[in-house]
Write a protein that binds this ligand. Sequence first.
Ligand code: F0G
Length: 467
Amino acid sequence: MAKEPQGRRPTRRSWAEPWKVKVVEPIKMLSPAERERAIAEAGYNTFLLRSEDVYIDLLTDSGTSAMSDWQWAGMMMGDEAYAGSRNFYHLEAAIREHYGYRYVVPTHQGRGAENLLSRILIEPGDFVPGNMYFTTTRLHQELAGGTFVDVIVPEAHDPADESPFKGNVDLEALEALIRKVGADRIPYVCIAGTVNMAGGQPMSMANARAVRELTARHGIRVMLDATRAVENAYFIQQREPGYRDKPVAEILREYCSCTDGCTMSGKKDALVNIGGWLAVNERELYEEASNLVVVYEGLHTYGGMAGRDMEAMARGIVESVDDDHIHARVGQVEYLGHKLIDLGVPVVRPIGGHAVYLDARAFYPQIRQDDFPAQTLAASLYADSGVRAMERGIVSAGRDAETGEHHYPALELVRLTIPRRVYTQAHMDLTAESVAAVFDARESARGLKMTYEPKYLRFFQARFEPL
Ligand code: F0G
């Protein structure tokens, strides 16, 4: 891959963001002693830090984006009627136009849509293949009685592999599963673009089409986790032959057309602080979902969101597919990633769409996976500079529902997740310097032991102590 951030315009000139700043939010760095105390009080879990104690917050790109003046203006146009809010119809129109699905059920965020989909389609004993698990998605599949089966290509598990589409489905693995359990035990294949747990890696259009063809032969649905599908479309434009001159908006529609519906966390691509949806093409599925949403979220024309939030998301969708926007968004992530590569820090390659992932195994070869190397690294980074990152390794992977043993994921990562339109290049430079400082001190790191473990999605609330 080229080392420079890859823009649409082949040029030696710099690129810059297609916006300027109108409102600022003050942030400050605590003293080293205050940071040591804060991370100890948080049980060495960055999820348990107070946001005010964080200097640069790279915990997640979820709900942390900056909205535009057009979105904020839309917030004032909220129609807060209980039923039939005009903002719902704007949202529905934006999803139909840009994602291409026929029916839309709004939800409070992505996991609300996952809950509905899993309850409607999964029967106890079913299998749900996917291109690597995501925490909430897999949990909802399991709570509905299903078993998640990872069918991502093997190169996704190798942080150093430079393949351009490490989010692809391994078609042979998928076919083998269909042969083994039978098509009637597979309610749908769940594909995600880009793949969060694999390092923000995209899948190709060719692969999406091949999954479509294979599953169609067996009468199996394909459901998309569309959370970062716009970022996936950008990578297709940049990396897949034949797409260089197509607008991202067009690529997104083509990508979605390989699937029967989607779950969506609007808190990422769609540039809002809260919101999501389930979209489907089949009338019957829609009817079930629009009935079930009343139980878990709210009426089918608001699904747990205020009218103003639906308006902000409708407008955010339009902004999200703009070529200059997505180029600057992914370009900033690539800027940080290449800076770290130049400093010799081990990161997942190629650089993903929403985050740079530090390879904690390569960072701390002396720490056993049972002693939580990625958790240790995220805590050390906060102590160094007040930069907050997130563990994506053994803690996030949780335990096997049957045996109770830890899942031992091949990837033991720390995610530096970049919110959209929030931080400057100077923030990225400071972050890179801090990671380099922690890397220089790597030999003295010892690992952690878990002192409290919650039952569900333990990474959010688990507590640790230094070994
Ligand atoms: N799918 C993917 C790929 C996600 O990354 C997320 C959330 C969800 C589904 C669930 O959506 O949070 O709106 O309920 N990811 C966040 C993250 C939490 O930090 O990566 P949600």
